[in-house]
Ligand binder design. Structure first.
Ligand code: ZN
Length: 145
């Protein structure tokens, strides 16, 4: 009986060792990704989303550039979307970190009394209060900066 128990533990240990070795050879975590062609098609179908994430970048142009580069260097990637994302990050950085367009919101009580001061903020959901005329300031102007 005791012997059986030991051998069971022994088996379990062997199994875990085999599993560890298998994981080394072919990791379970290795994601099965679609082919390059499918992945590129996927990226192309998401151009809108990409341009929202990288508003100052010409996505189609960058994708063509990346594909050219892959072809020229004969490089293969596992995850083309991840590679493209990094590619875009680098391309936006290399341009000199173009600032994304931000807005300035001018808040005013609208009463324009002598001591009323307008507030300027980059956020459109601020709450300013004019202590002079006890009024909540509203956005009266939006400027792009
Ligand atoms: Zn005021």
């Amino acid at each position: 009986m005791n012997n059986k128990k030991v051998s069971l533990n022994d088996i379990l240990e062997r199994v875990s060792k085999i599993e560890a070795r298998l994981d080394e050879i072919a990791p379970i975590s290795k994601r099965k990704l679609p082919s390059k062609k499918e992945q590129i098609a996927q990226i192309q179908s998401e151009l809108e989303v990409w341009s929202q994430k990288f508003p100052s970048t010409d996505i189609e142009f960058e994708l063509a550039k990346m594909l050219d580069w892959l072809k020229a260097t004969n490089k293969r990637k596992k995850d083309y979307r991840a590679f493209f994302r990094n590619w875009l990050r680098k391309s936006t950085n290399s341009v000199g970190a173009e600032p994304t367009i931000s807005h300035s919101y001018v808040y005013s009580c609208g009463n324009n009394k002598e001591e009323c001061i307008d507030e300027i903020s980059n956020f459109k959901d601020m709450s300013y209060y004019c202590t002079k005329c006890n009024a909540i300031k509203k956005i009266i102007r939006v400027t792009k900066s």
